[in-house]
Ligand binder design. Sequence first.
Ligand code: ZN
Length: 287
Amino acid sequence: MILVKIYFLLVLLFCHFIFSSSVSAQFRSSYATQAPSQSQSGRKTTSQPVRTGGAVVYPQFKSSYGVIRWLKEQMPLKVYVSRGLSIDGFIDEELGAPVANVNNLAKWPDLVAEILESPETLQGLPVAPGFTAEHYQAATQGINMWKPFEKEGLVSFILTDDPSDADIYVFWVHHFVDKMGLALFSGDIRGYTSKRSFPYKAILAGGRADFKPVVIMLRTTESNGISMPFLKMRAACAHEFGHALGIEDHSTNPADLMSVYYGNGVISANDAATLRYLYHLTPDLIP
Ligand SMILES: [Zn+2]
């Protein structure tokens, strides 16, 4: 098989997540060299949103670069939720601010890939101030809110304690900072998700994608300094995991989990309809 490097650079920046694509050191490519499967591309996309029982597919699920979602071949996705580990101790010397600042979302997967290359570095990561054991429980509960879709054959995932081999990583931070190192407490942004995506067609044509980990970062502390309450943390992680699964932008309906207001903190009928719709489309890009 001819291996063709994909030179592809795209950066999208939204409020809670990043999507980008580029070439760098290989992180994970176990499925990149698999033979194309007809069944993956056999499903036709439709332009009309699906309505089920009054639920609405919000069109913001789709990025301006097209449909992004994982393939069956990548599942079950392995999700590593760290026990409070923080990656904001790595300082960009030019900026004098953490490498993992929110203006640098596109580089988070690189940073994490680098950390993962060295077990000592990973083991030496500090625990984010404000992190509690309840936060871990809240995060895993939030992620597991998406479990019912496994029965429908849409997505499947497992939580793993092995940080060396996961697709999606959850890290923690006391508060987010921008590239100036200034704390961001405006609004109610409790998390960010950063991911790389690769053109599906190029992979089907034999291209090799240099996959990077998808990185979720969650804030441990509210702007008033108190520990993030359990339900708020659970909603935040469920929301970020929705981005990790491929829902790109935000529903404009504040009652939806995937709105910037986190809805009622649980997956709404619209969120469910949107994920179902997304996973019946042929992806343009895969994480
Ligand atoms: Zn978001």
